[in-house]
Design a protein around this ligand. Sequence first.
Ligand SMILES: *[C@@H]1O[C@H](CO)[C@@H](O)[C@H](O)[C@H]1NC(C)=O
Ligand SMILES: *[C@@H]1O[C@H](CO)[C@@H](O)[C@H](O)[C@H]1NC(C)=O
Ligand SMILES: *[C@@H]1O[C@H](CO)[C@@H](O)[C@H](O)[C@H]1NC(C)=O
Ligand SMILES: *[C@@H]1O[C@H](CO)[C@@H](O)[C@H](O)[C@H]1NC(C)=O
Ligand SMILES: *[C@@H]1O[C@H](CO)[C@@H](O)[C@H](O)[C@H]1NC(C)=O
Ligand SMILES: *[C@@H]1O[C@H](CO)[C@@H](O)[C@H](O)[C@H]1NC(C)=O
Ligand SMILES: *[C@@H]1O[C@H](CO)[C@@H](O)[C@H](O)[C@H]1NC(C)=O
Ligand SMILES: *[C@@H]1O[C@H](CO)[C@@H](O)[C@H](O)[C@H]1NC(C)=O
Length: 756
Amino acid sequence: MRALEIASFPLLFFVWFLFASPEFALAADRKTYIVHMDKSMMPKAFATHGHWYSSVINSLRTSYGLPRSSVAPVSRPSLLYTYDNAIHGFSAVLSLQEVHNLKNMKGYVSSYPEKLGKFDTTHTTEFLSLNPNSGLWPASQFGKGVIVGMIDSGVWPESQSYNDNGMPEIPARWKGVCQTGPDFNSSLCNRKLIGAQFFSKGAKAASNSIDDYNSPRDEEGHGTHTSTTVAGNYVENVSFFGYASGTARGVAPRAMLAMYKVSGYSSDILAGMDQAIADGVDVISISMGIDGVPPYEDPVAIAAFAAMEKGVLVSASAGNEGPTFMTLHNGIPWMLTTGAGTIDRQFSAILTLGNGNYVYGWSLFPLDAWMVDLSIVYNETLSPCNSSELLSKAAGQLVVCQTDTGRSLASQIHTLSQTQVAGAIFLSNDTTYAEIGDLPIPGVVLNLADAPLLINYLKSAKDPSASIKFQQTLLGTNPAPAVAFYSSRGPSPTYPSILKPDVLAPGSKVLAAWKGNAATARYGNLYLSSEYNVVSGTSMACPHSSGVAALLKGAHPDWSPAAIRSAMMTTANHLDNTLSPIKDNGLYLEQASPLAMGAGHIDPNKALDPGLVYDVGAQDYVNHLCLMNYTSKQIAAITRSSNYSCTSPADLNYPSFMIFSDKANSSSTSIEFKRTVTNVGDGAATYKVKWTVSNGLSVKVTPDTLVFHDKNEKLSFTVSVETDKMKGQFSYGTLVWEDDGAKHSVRSPVLAYKIY
Ligand SMILES: *[C@@H]1O[C@H](CO)[C@@H](O)[C@H](O)[C@H]1NC(C)=O
Ligand SMILES: *[C@@H]1O[C@H](CO)[C@@H](O)[C@H](O)[C@H]1NC(C)=O
Ligand SMILES: *[C@@H]1O[C@H](CO)[C@@H](O)[C@H](O)[C@H]1NC(C)=O
Ligand SMILES: *[C@@H]1O[C@H](CO)[C@@H](O)[C@H](O)[C@H]1NC(C)=O
Ligand SMILES: *[C@@H]1O[C@H](CO)[C@@H](O)[C@H](O)[C@H]1NC(C)=O
Ligand SMILES: *[C@@H]1O[C@H](CO)[C@@H](O)[C@H](O)[C@H]1NC(C)=O
Ligand SMILES: *[C@@H]1O[C@H](CO)[C@@H](O)[C@H](O)[C@H]1NC(C)=O
Ligand SMILES: *[C@@H]1O[C@H](CO)[C@@H](O)[C@H](O)[C@H]1NC(C)=O
């Protein structure tokens, strides 16, 4: 059984600051940028770096000589500070155009807007392009009036993220309660946290009574994190050890939360979901799942069916068993299944060498520390960093650790944590450690591409030294998103005929509220606590989808759960921030397949207006269970009634196309899918089909044009896929319906998978 889905590692807790990223501000806006320059490129003509930087700024001024049609400059670029220690470069007040011009100048390295006073627990909402002025946020009134039921480990109600400032009255339709237990009573609920209950009978029956289960209070942190990711309210001036301050908020900051705390036991999960449906939630978010059970024995699947019947969308996590195929859970068709992706942010440190050269590396060392001018021990014998005895000779110094010595980064960090070395510079190309690992020692991990800078210096310097400044946050890093290596991959072992996961959402290094008084980071024996915590897992991805589903419910109250899911899938982005196909971090950054990312990364603003949806009703799911030869007894276990019949077994009207065969030599090489799309656009529209498939698949769609005359009109089509020329285990492609002017692109993944 899989319980709560945090991707676990030796030390699970990470803490970080996140900053808002107003990268794409209006051109007229002038703001402070931090600019990094390569000092070695300084032209000889300049006496000091200060002169050089001033001249750079001056040349930006002169570029105003060019005629510009639109806005005349109201002010000029100005230099604030020049830096020569923490970084090489300067800060200056610049317009977007000036930053753009700056990028072409000799010696330019990088720049980013100053992020003073803007602490952002969910940089992920910006990564998802949610914008207070346009798109899904205003269209849904930020989720106002929508109730999200969380099936999780409870809440830490004192977290500021549950404040109810600006929240409307609790609607009369709400039937839930706030249950009393140890350290919990009804006065802890409010207009944000409108319900909190616990379900522990199963746990108590199966084991000794555990006090923790007798209250909705979160003793883990997980439920506090996931629920505030879905719908945490705005919290101003949140900070971590005073390092940064700003505003925190969830994906649907005006939605209401109800916590159903469950143990990992099936009976309790079922009871919690059952109560959530009865209480009147609109969306259920469940960041847990049970591996390898058929749907008729899976409480999540069974309860999700009942929820779907009542119009409640159930959003669930795919699991953290990747990158192996067929490891996914919650892979049944009547739920939304989300895998985890990385985001465009890197936690870093700046390593500055004694000769003034500097480089950014990955780091998560949790103190606001700055190690200055430490001598570096570079010694082939020490470099595997595998012996605390040998390393003891490097006490008080920096050591260089190479991971191409057969010792993993994780084990080197562990060895170093038992020594007196002052810090470490790791040379490693491991992209997976940065997704979930922590760094309880002062260290920085350099990419191997940057290693020569260090090694050449070490070889040439007599007494090599370096400084490390921690707690640097880089935004806009790429490629992002990439599929997180740990995210479970399809096909669903228990329901392989439907492609899963459905979508990808931010899951790695997500910051949200945590339980109070908990260690969230450490340095040696020093344990540090913070009210907000950075964690990774499909558990963190799921609440992003749940939040978007809540926003869509707010914007389109009449949409069914299947319509909401369809909108999220067919508008999902299959490209990353370099405009290349999304990569798979579990596959050495090869292109990600739909088995890893489903239709792609959720794109909330596009999901608001998908053009067409693939709708599905309860009887349709039953027809598919019938087609899959489930017995009437098994089907009744799922539907919990005999109200459905098996008179017309049929394919499911799903927004993706899966050809699954466990008979490699099967004679059937042609599969036909029937689909019906509903026009949810503004009226008449004509859609034409396009598709691309790879590696031996061929596709035929009839008709290839769909002409809609009215809103809500339904039209059907047939897709035939030939797999006989397919080589290898799987092949995939896409099928897209596009209207005039490509206002809407309704995109579905097509995948064929064979077990030999
Ligand atoms: C509920 O708990 C809070 C905090 O523990 C306490 O201040 C309050 O008096 C309690 N209220 C009731 C009705 O027990
Ligand atoms: C923000 O927090 C800092 C310290 O954490 C405090 O000094 C400052 O007064 C706070 N500002 C506001 C507006 O609350
Ligand atoms: C490297 O360190 C080992 C162990 O301290 C020592 O025996 C050896 O002489 C050192 N090598 C160099 C080149 O300094
Ligand atoms: C450390 O690694 C080096 C190089 O792989 C190896 O020669 C040495 O035996 C290892 N030492 C220990 C203590 O594992
Ligand atoms: C390490 O990764 C970088 C890019 O991140 C790449 O340029 C370099 O070739 C890699 N080095 C090795 C040895 O794999
Ligand atoms: C269901 O049973 C029928 C009749 O035995 C068979 O032809 C078909 O392949 C089965 N379908 C699946 C999905 O196993
Ligand atoms: C089954 O159908 C009957 C008649 O339509 C209805 O009253 C009953 O509530 C349904 N049962 C379930 C479990 O949906
Ligand atoms: C499938 O076909 C391959 C070659 O075409 C053959 O080697 C293999 O034995 C066949 N497998 C089965 C289960 O028939």
